[in-house]
Design a protein around this ligand. Structure first.
Ligand code: ZN
Length: 305
């Protein structure tokens, strides 16, 4: 009998779930659409419990469920086991830990998706052995999680909102209401919008950030200009974080990081150019990709045992 934990990453559109062994290996996994009405009490925990039962039934070898970890976006109170608020999923003060533990008859841990992703990168990914880390997924939005002196910074759930640090006071309006937030300037969505706006006169259509990256590699002038704006903004946010916290490792994740050195090369140079006395951080791609949240949930669950 293999001991496993159930790990569940609840996103705005999809729920990723897996049974994970002690070494971070996924024994069995499923991805399903997030249940409608997840903001109504009981609906999400029913979906999660059903998924866990499906996973257990689907394994070839018998498994023993030790615990379950769930990660969600937004504001999370892990101690109370309550998902406090999510803009995407619409819930307020949704109890998770207690009702799910009752359904599964196993201990349950609740955490924040991005902070848990950093825990997973520290245990099984690109932050192994590091104590002072910034984990920055750059996708539709931009999130941040900090590890300082070996501990993930929580601050009652308010820490890490790097996407809403203002990098261009006169920049585009952000979903949060401010202008020129990092997320409004340098997310994959912002890069797509900026490229579409700049190439419109040439008959441009909606172009994905991955395509913009390919155009940068091909030497396209508009793509290069748009990319440069995003790189400078990301560098500014990294330099602020390095100066304030002393992190010496930066892990870039999310869709924009899939371009690899097209992003990381110029980003390293831009950061180094802005630093004066601060130590220079290594800037690498996060290693666990889309699985970071789910593996982070597994790490939280293993910590319960
Ligand atoms: Zn904002």
């Amino acid at each position: 009998m293999v001991e496993v934990v159930a790990a569940v990453d609840v996103g705005g559109t999809r729920v990723k779930a897996a049974l994970v062994d002690r070494d971070g290996r996924e024994v069995e996994s499923r991805t399903v659409p997030t249940v409608p009405g997840a903001d109504v009490q009981g609906v999400l925990v029913d979906q999660v419990a059903g998924l866990v039962r499906d996973l257990e039934a689907g394994t070839r070898q018998p498994v023993a469920l030790v615990a379950c970890g769930v990660v969600v976006p937004g504001l999370v109170d892990g101690e109370a086991g309550v998902a406090r608020w999510s803009a995407n999923l619409g819930w307020r003060d949704l109890p998770v830990t207690a009702p799910l533990a009752a359904l599964l008859d196993a201990p349950v841990a609740l955490g924040h998706d991005v902070r848990a992703g950093l825990v997973a990168e520290a245990r099984w990914g690109a932050a192994r052995g590091a104590s002072n880390v910034l984990f920055m997924p750059v996708g539709t939005g931009i999130a941040g999680a900090l590890m300082l002196d070996g501990r993930v910074v929580v601050a009652d759930g308010w820490a890490g909102e790097l996407g809403h640090v203002v990098v261009e006071p006169d920049g585009p309006r952000c979903g949060c209401g401010a202008h020129g937030c990092l997320e409004a300037v340098a997310s994959a969505a912002a890069v797509e919008r900026a490229y579409a706006a700049r190439s419109a006169s040439a008959g441009g259509t909606r172009t994905g950030a991955d395509r913009v990256a390919a155009l940068v590699d091909a030497g396209d002038a508009v793509a290069t200009q748009v990319w440069g704006v995003a790189v400078q903004a990301l560098a500014r946010a990294i330099v602020v974080t390095v100066t304030l916290t002393g992190v010496d490792r930066v892990l870039v994740g999310g869709g924009l990081a899939q371009s690899g050195e097209t992003l990381l090369g110029p980003l390293r140079r831009a950061v180094e150019a802005q630093l004066t006395f601060q130590r220079v951080p290594t800037i690498e791609r996060a290693r666990l990709g889309e699985r970071a949240g789910c593996l982070g949930a597994a790490a939280l669950a293993w910590d319960l045992s």
